[in-house]
Design a protein around this ligand. Structure first.
Ligand SMILES: Cc1c2[nH]c(c1CCC(=O)O)Cc1[nH]c(c(CCC(=O)O)c1C)Cc1[nH]c(c(CCC(=O)O)c1C)Cc1[nH]c(c(C)c1CCC(=O)O)C2
Length: 339
């Protein structure tokens, strides 16, 4: 069986499988070339042969144990009818069709595949073209993180607009979360039917939630997604990533019903091994070390590998690799882990 799937079924391997968040991205010259050919980031996401190509690039260059579908968490709000664009150097912009936050203007669930079907085609192509030993990971944003962009119409430092909506009108906000959750269940099921062998749910802004709101808007939606997927596809493992959750990682591990937990770089590994139960753990090298390199990178990579020895562990970063990372540092990292 593929190494990543063995770890997700609870096996501790002497050498952990490795992949990196954002492994297909601007730090690679071949990615920048394909992106230029596509014209825009969204054209890249929606052109299956180009999205397939950039997904394969880091596999060819580094031989990672897993490939992650090339797409974006913001395709879901776009499929629900928000107008999405990426402004060069400024990040995403989202605009509602009528008034901001008008849930009545969202497209119904049975229309979202008009937008999303090219993504399923990318998955189908990848399941044919990936090396036999490489696991294909599908993904979606968690409803809370997706909602932070829908509420603000852009990225924000403190998720202010979403927190204002959530505290000011919790039941209205819950309706938004429910709509995004339903879309996410459908989207991930379709990715699995197209060939995704694992799915990951990115809750990048989970760290902005208070404990009660974390329970309601991070754990409960994740649990609803996991339960629905398990009913349809019981053998497909799910990785949850409640980034920045701190002590609440424990509640998430108990309540979300996922098979593995991705850890950000601030989580102490000894604590996670004891507190999060039997689930597989993924992480958690600081992405800055992919910029810095040298002995600092090697020492941290070995520390993480050694602290996780004997526990089901997937080696990864604590967050995405950044555009200023040096690809040569990925080779150094792999050498430090694999020997
Ligand atoms: C919050 C979030 C987004 N997207 C994503 C998240 C959650 C993970 C995280 O916290 O990083 C997830 C994501 N985005 C992308 C992937 C593809 C797979 C992979 O990890 O290689 C994945 C899994 C491609 C991308 N998504 C984006 C890029 C860069 C676009 C480019 O080529 O210019 C890539 C490779 C754009 C993006 N997408 C998003 C933002 C805020 C931005 C702009 C910021 C930036 O420019 O880096 C939303």
């Amino acid at each position: 069986m593929k190494t990543l799937l063995r770890v997700l079924r609870g096996e501790a391997l002497p050498t952990p499988p490795v992949w990196l968040m954002r492994q297909a991205g601007r730090y690679l010259p071949e990615y920048r070339a394909t992106r230029a050919k596509a014209g825009s980031f969204l054209d890249l996401c929606y052109t299956p042969e180009l999205a397939e190509e950039v997904t394969l690039q880091p596999i060819r260059r580094f031989g990672f144990d897993a490939a992650i579908l090339f797409a974006d968490i913001l395709l879901i709000p776009q499929s629900l009818g928000l107008d999405l664009s990426f402004v060069e150097g400024e990040g995403p912009r989202l605009a509602w069709r009528r008034e901001p936050r008008d849930l009545g203007s969202l497209r119904p669930l049975d229309e979202i595949d008009e937008t999303l079907s090219p993504v399923y085609e990318t998955v189908r192509r990848l399941s044919r073209s990936l090396p036999a030993e490489t696991t294909l990971i599908g993904f979606a944003g968690a409803p809370w993180t997706v909602a932070t962009y829908m509420a603000a119409g852009r990225g924000t430092p403190d998720q202010g607009p979403a927190r204002r909506w959530m505290f000011g009108d919790p039941d209205g906000f819950a309706e938004l979360i429910d709509r995004v959750t339903d879309a996410t269940i459908h989207y991930l099921s379709c990715q699995i039917e197209a060939g995704a062998e694992v799915v990951k749910i990115f809750d990048s802004w989970a760290g902005a939630l208070t404990p009660p709101m974390f329970e309601r808007f991070a754990i409960r939606p994740a649990a609803r997604i996991a339960a629905a997927l398990k009913e349809r596809h019981p053998d497909v493992p799910i990785i949850g990533f409640p980034r920045g959750a701190g002590a609440l990682y424990r509640d998430f591990a108990r309540g979300a019903g996922v098979d593995a937990i991705a850890l950000d770089s601030q989580v102490p590994l000894g604590w996670a091994r004891g507190a999060l139960g039997d689930v597989a753990l993924q992480g958690n090298l600081d992405p800055m070390l992919m910029v810095v390199g040298g002995t600092a990178l090697e020492a941290e990579a070995r520390r993480i590998r050694d602290e996780m020895a004997g526990h089901p562990h997937i080696f990864n970063l604590g967050h995405g690799i950044t555009p200023d990372a040096d690809p040569a540092n990925v080779d150094r990292l792999l050498k430090a882990i694999r020997g």
